[in-house]
Design a protein around this ligand. Sequence first.
Ligand SMILES: *Cc1c(COP(=O)(O)O)cnc(C)c1O
Length: 468
Amino acid sequence: MKLIFELSKEGKEGFFVREEAGEVRIPSDLMRGEIKELPEVSEREVVSHYLKLSIMNYSEDWGIYPLGSCTMKYNPKVNELVASIFTDAHPLLPEELVQGNLRIFRELEEVLKEITGLDAFTLAPSAGAHGEFTGITTIRNYLESKGERREIVLIPDSAHGTNPASSTLAGYRAVEIPSGPDGMIDLEKFKEALNQKVAALMITNPNTLGIFERDIKKIAELLHSKGALLYMDGANMNALLGKVKVADFGVDVMHLNLHKTFSTPHGGGGPGSGPVGAVKEVAPFLPGPRLIGEEGRLHWEKGGDRIRSFFGNFLVLVKALAYIRELGGEGLKEAAELAVLNANYLRAKLSKKFKMSYSTPTLHEFVLSEESFRDKTSTLDIAKRLLDYGFHPPTIYFPLIVHGALMIEPTETESKESLDDFAGALLRIVEEAKKEPKLLHSAPHNTPIRRLDEVGAARNPILRWQKS
Ligand SMILES: *Cc1c(COP(=O)(O)O)cnc(C)c1O
């Protein structure tokens, strides 16, 4: 397929309206002058071009998107419909004109408190990683208000890379805690590392292996006995909805990824939302703006620290609330149960041919180890070959503690048929690896773009089209 620049012919125009008084064109002061050689194409060519591109792509609407840790569930279209009602509210509108919008903030805060058991939320952060930074900074401000300048944030080695990054940005030193042979944090190593210099432990639960950290309550007690806090990375909340309130097992501060757990299409850099919740003592240190007042007279408190402009990615908040209201408490619990059931169904089917990274039971996702196919093929080959069968591959080479990991999270929105098809393709691919390993080395064969030179793309990226 050609680039849109290659379709360009001088003098073609995308948009004009013919009026009796002559042709109405886009006023020249609205045209962008700084980009030279914008493609000159007709409207019809633009639509056709982008439609073709869109069907070359894979999406959550297309089929199973088992990208472990990312919770790529199907997102009901009614969420978009509800969000579309609010697209023209400007953040600078007077508060008395947007009481309905403010009520959405208030209601979402209330349901997130109910789901987690925490005492307060800020809805401002724009993504999970932004939430982590907000949460760790909140912990820092809380501890410093008590005159405590601590230096360290403990992080298990199974953690997402954003955890050490956020802690470092928030001014702490990230110290890694190894996992034990069961895939859970090594309690003894944790105790050894815990001292008065530790501000917090940042833990994902269930962790990135899909394993519930069984000792979480004990871990929280140990932290609290040293004056440190428990931060939970809530990216895997899809496994726990309606089953447990995280405050009950000792979490002090956490973020949620609304775009994952609460259903907003994500990936490709679209808007997200990472609300941060905290227990009572820490809540006053959450950043603003804080919504105060009664229904009908809601308003933003003036002043206070901000973590971003205005109030967060409002339409993502609307979609999350629409989704939560649509499912209700029972529905959310059922979603979590189905997510876990789907993952375990796939795990059982695949364990005939694949070795699991750990034998510990898993919740909403699980990780396959390279061990069962290492002598014939690689994780990358398997992922590329899945494309030929029409599937988006799982997350690969993460978590880092599993050599050649294939991390699979089907989510609750896949049917049994879809899970069977996906498992069938993976099982066929291991057979192919035995008989025809070359087929895998050169995969994908059926996609518009074949295997990319990924190293070359990283080392010598071409970021701007140049006329040849
Ligand atoms: C996705 C994810 C994050 C980061 O969230 P973003 O919204 O992508 O910034 C952090 N931790 C875990 C475990 C995740 O899966």
